[in-house]
Structure formats: structure tokens, C-alpha cells
Design a protein around this ligand. Structure first.
Ligand code: ZN
Ligand code: ZN
Length: 564
């Protein structure tokens, strides 16, 4: 379902206080995703007034470390921490440029050490946690964060607020492109970043109007590293920005006449689009459905209307058990179910002992097409974090005597019944049900049976009992499509979004890319978890995946020969 994108100013002020203007901050929401940019004075209150308290934030971004942009960052993090008692939400993900900004984030709890010790001793289960995602700012935009469902992307670019190091961000959702300038002079980097944006939230300083008044004063220096409203109008016009929202207003307008002066500045600079002079809690709702991003897998399922008559309901009170009881057994389970699974390979043992690697970068959706490069990547079995902090688990398995077609057949066949699913990992799989039960529908391809369908599964991932919804989608949705795959030797790619079937929140993306080999085929699996998922999940996932795939590879050719 396409959600509107909602942009809310949590503060329009500057270091000098002005009534009604909190410190710098912009909140951008799309569905469940809530991103806060900067956290100046009063941010937590404004977030609360906007209906999005710190526990509901998906990630916090920092543009630079002038105090008016970060003075309440610790407040956001510590409020979230205290709110954990009522709203479990995990560490606060903070995305910040390296050097000064990242350094600030690392140290921001230091002066609260006594308070943290007291609270931890009393009620809090542990100290406040921040998951810092550090990046190197560049003069060309680079992706620094992607939501777990792949729908929301944030890019950053270095801007000019010297001597401070600062960045601007561009947020792309399925319904809007929004740019947040942070503090900067009018510059080419923001202009390029803003091309075609629905909304440009830009800092604004009436430099031209006040030039004479401030000449020779210290204010002249301050004005020199902020965005002059007149050339800003030209920038917004050239970039084709639909709507310009001014914030971080210098000088803070006291009334509508003052606000009108900001607008006439940008008009004199040539801007013809819509202008809003920001006030605290100004809200802009954008719903442009044509923004090109990865289609959501849910939307895709809805497209396949023909499946609707076969939709089933998952019983939340269902019972599940490992193994196949006597009255559940049929010829297939009698022939193919066996408790024993292959012993983990030495390569897997070593990868687990090594833990999450820091010498390699894990694949995520931004570089998943690296799978098309001939040969192997530095990480084929093991765990690493991606540049955005996501946990990426890689597993390579060998399938002698198996064809990619057999693997498509397996995915189309096994999702229909628990007894089939149990063959795959007898020590971990306890239940499955397809959202659309297509087992009675004739004349479908194997891929039609699983792509666009959801496989509800109950299983153990290591020691963790998990109730999951695995929604399969076309590999082309993540850039793995068409001739490229064929050329690279792939016979099929199985892609899915994995959510928690009880609560619906997304847990990971999975990709099983199946490449032909002389002996049959090999499967290059990737599981991409959000940054909030701890490292300990990595080895559990690796063990589970290697074991089930290697076990299945041992009997799939024979099973396929018997049934397909
Ligand atoms: Zn600044
Ligand atoms: Zn500032």
C-alpha cells in the first residue's frame, strides 16, 4: 500500500532563541518509517506534539555538530531509552558523517554516566544504546541508509558550511523525494541533490537584505556560511523543485510581514514554485505515486488478484511440533523424512568462529548486483555489516545433480504442506501454511506457485523459535533480472521479504541465487537484516541455512524425479 510522505518541521530556530521556535529539526514519515534530521533545542517536545515520540523513530540523522542542531540528541536517545519500559524499540539508529559528528554521538552519554548508573540500578535493564552508522561524506550523493523493506532510501552529500563539516540529505520514498539541506551556503551540491525534488527543506538567511547593516560586524561572518535567500530562489528554480520550505530562519520572523520578506527574496532570485516560510510543526503531505523505487512486495501480491479466491487465514493459536507423527506420515515423508542432517562444514565452523567480519563489506540491496560478477565475492560464507550497518549473512551451498528448475519446483511444491516443509530441516521446521493455497490449481508454473505468495512458517533459527511470513517476489524488483542473470550463469533467483507473522514488522530480505556449475548448481544465499539486529543472529542464520540447503540438496533430485 502506498503511504503519503509526511514532512514536519520540529524546529525552525537558530542558536539565538526566539519565542515558539525550537532548534533545527525535520521529521519525515512514510508508513511506519520515521526519520528525524537533526535534534536542536526542544526536539523531543516537538516530536511529541507531532505524534511521533522518540521510541517511534526508525533512525536519527545528523547534518553537523553546531549545537543548534544536536543539543537535544542525547534527549532523543535517553527519552527513547526510558520509553523502552513501555515501548520496546531497540537502540536508536543514528546516521552521522564521520569525524566531528560521529565523535559527538559517541561521547554524548558521557556526562550522564551518574544518571545512567542510577537508573540502571533501579529500573532500566541496561544503559541507553545507540547504533551509530558512520559514513564518509562525498561531493556526489551516496546512499547512507535504506529501510528494511527497501522502500525508503536516504542519500547524503557534503555541503559548504565551512569551517564546520556538514552534509545535506535526500530522502526517497515511494511517494516523494524530499531534500533536507542542513546548514550550508547556496551550493551546487544541494542543487544537484534537489533535481526533481517534491520538497526542498532549506535553511534561509536574508544575507542580501542585511548586507549593509551587518557589514564589518561579527554577524557578517555568521551570514557568510548560511544560505542567502536570493540565490537560493535561483537554485530551487534551476533544480525544478516543486515546493520550497524555508527553515532555520535568520533573522527569525516575528510576524507575517517578516515572513513575506523571505518569500520576496526567493522570488527575486527567480523561484516560481510554491514557497512556505516554516513555522514549528509546519506539515507538508506529499503523495506522488510515480516516484520510481522498488515496488513493495505487498503491492505486488495485491496485483495478483487471481489468487484472491485461494486466500487462507493463519490461526494465531495454531500448534506446531517438530517431526512427523505416525498418523501424519505419507509415502513421501516415509521415504524422505530423516532426523539426521549433514554435519556443518569446516568452512561454516570457521566463519562462525570468526564472527561478524570487519575486513569485508556485506551485500545489501544497494550492491546486490555484485552477485552478477563472475567468480566469487570476498564473503561467500560468513557475516559482515553493510555500509548502512545492516547485518548481511552469506551462505554458499553446493547442489550436485540438481538443476535450477528443480529448486523452483521445490519452492512451488513445499509451501503447500507442513509435512513437505519438514523434510527440508527436520530439526528446525515445525509448521507451514501458504497465504494462497494454490495446490488445487492446475496449469501454473512453479514460479507462479511461490512468487507473489507468502509462506507462513514456524521454525527454530538456532535456539530462537520464530514465526515468520516469507513473501516471495520477482528478483527483477531488486535489480536481478532478465538477460544479465542468464549471462552470469544463473538459472533462478529466489527473493523474499521476511516479516514476523505475528506482528508484521520486517526482519530481513533473503536472496537465494542459483548458478549452474559443472556438477549441477550452487546456491549463493544472502540474508540482509536491519542494523538493529544483533551480531548473534548471524551464526544462527548461517548454520540454519547451510544445514537446510545441504540437506535438501541430498534428496531433491530423487524427490523431483518421483513427483514432478
Ligand atoms: Zn551550523
Ligand atoms: Zn544552524
Amino acid at each position: 500500500m502506498a503511504h503519503p510522505t509526511i514532512v514536519t518541521l520540529t524546529g525552525t530556530g537558530v542558536p539565538h532563541p526566539a519565542p515558539g521556535r525550537a532548534g533545527a529539526g525535520v521529521l519525515i514519515r512514510h508508513g511506519e518509517v520515521a526519520l528525524q534530521f537533526d535534534a536542536g533545542r526542544g526536539t523531543v517536545l516537538r516530536l511529541s506534539e507531532a505524534g511521533c515520540e522518540p521510541h517511534a523513530l526508525t533512525a536519527q540523522f545528523v547534518t553537523h555538530v553546531h549545537s543548534d542542531h544536536i543539543i537535544d540528541l542525547a534527549d532523543v536517545a535517553m527519552t527513547r531509552w526510558i520509553q523502552q519500559q513501555l515501548h520496546p524499540c531497540g537502540p536508536l539508529v543514528v546516521v552521522a558523517p564521520e569525524h566531528t559528528a560521529a565523535r559527538y554521538v559517541r561521547r554524548m552519554f558521557d556526562v550522564f554516566d551518574d544518571d545512567i548508573a542510577t537508573r540502571t540500578a533501579n529500573v532500566q535493564p541496561g544503559p541507553p544504546e545507540v547504533e551509530l552508522i558512520e559514513f564518509t561524506p562525498t561531493s556526489h550523493p551516496e546512499v547512507v541508509w535504506i529501510s528494511l523493506d527497501g522502500e525508503v532510501t536516504v542519500e547524503a552529500v557534503a555541503v559548504h558550511h565551512e569551517p564546520a563539516e556538514a552534509v545535506a540529505y535526500r530522502v526517497t520514498t515511494p511517494t516523494a523525494v524530499v531534500v533536507v539541506s542542513g546548514d550550508t551556503v547556496v551550493c551546487e551540491e544541494v542543487e544537484r541533490l534537489s533535481v526533481g525534488a517534491d520538497l526542498l527543506v532549506h535553511e534561509a538567511c536574508r544575507t542580501t537584505a542585511f548586507a549593509e547593516l551587518i557589514a564589518g560586524t561579527r554577524l557578517e561572518t555568521v551570514f557568510s556560511y548560511h544560505a542567502d535567500t536570493v540565490p537560493l530562489g535561483g537554485l530551487a528554480e534551476r533544480a525544478g523543485v516543486e515546493h520550497l520550505l524555508l527553515t532555520h530562519l535568520i533573522p527569525p520572523p516575528a510576524d507575517e510581514t517578516d515572513e513575506a520578506a523571505f518569500e520576496s527574496d526567493v522570488r527575486s532570485g527567480g523561484y516560481t514554485g510554491r514557497v512556505t516560510i516554516g513555522r514549528d510543526l509546519t506539515e507538508v503531505v506529499i503523495d506522488r505515486s510515480s516516484v520510481a523505487t522498488t515496488p513493495s512486495p505487498e503491492a505486488e501480491v495485491d496485483d495478483h488478484d487471481w489468487r484472491a479466491p485461494y486466500e487462507t487465514v493463519l490461526d494465531p493459536g495454531r500448534e506446531a511440533h517438530l517431526g512427523i507423527w505416525r498418523d501424519e506420515a505419507d509415502d513421501i515423508s516415509r521415504a524422505f523424512f530423516t532426523w539426521d542432517v549433514p554435519v556443518l562444514s569446516r568452512e561454516c565452523e570457521e566463519a562462525i568462529a570468526t564472527g561478524t567480519r570487519t575486513d569485508v563489506i556485506g551485500l545489501d540491496l544497494t550492491n546486490i548486483t555484485d552477485l552478477l560478477i563472475p567468480g566469487y565475492l570476498p564473503l561467500e560464507t560468513g557475516m559482515a555489516r553493510t555500509p548502512t550497518g545492516a547485518l548481511s549473512v552469506a551462505v554458499l551451498t553446493q547442489w550436485p545433480g540438481t538443476t535450477p528448475e528443480m529448486i523452483d519446483w521445490w519452492f512451488g511444491w513445499h509451501i503447500a504442506a507442513t509435512e513437505r516443509y519438514k523434510l527440508w530441516h527436520p530439526q528446525a521446521h515445525s509448521f507451514t501454511q501458504p497465504r494462497y493455497d494454490l495446490s488445487g490449481v492446475a496449469d501454473l508454473t512453479d514460479r507462479q506457485r511461490y512468487i507473489g505468495n507468502t509462506s507462513w512458517v514456524d521454525e527454530y533459527i538456532g535456539f530462537l523459535p520464530s514465526r515468520l511470513a516469507i513473501t516471495f517476489h520477482e528478483p527483477a524488483d531488486i535489480g536481478l533480472g532478465g538477460d544479465d542473470l542468464e549471462v552470469a550463469g544463473y538459472g533462478t533467483v529466489v527473493c523474499a521479504v521476511v516479516t514476523d507473522s505475528d506482528h508484521g514488522h520486517e526482519l530481513s530480505r533473503l536472496i537465494h541465487a542459483v548458478r549452474r556449475t559443472e556438477a549441477g548448481c550452487e546456491m549463493r544465499s544472502r540474508f540482509i537484516f536491519g542494523p538493529e539486529i544483533p551480531d548473534l543472529i548471524g551464526p544462527l542464520m548461517l548454520d540454519h541455512c547451510w544445514t537446510e540447503m545441504t540437506h535438501l540438496a541430498g534428496f531433491l533430485p530423487e524427490l523431483h524425479a518421483r513427483l514432478a
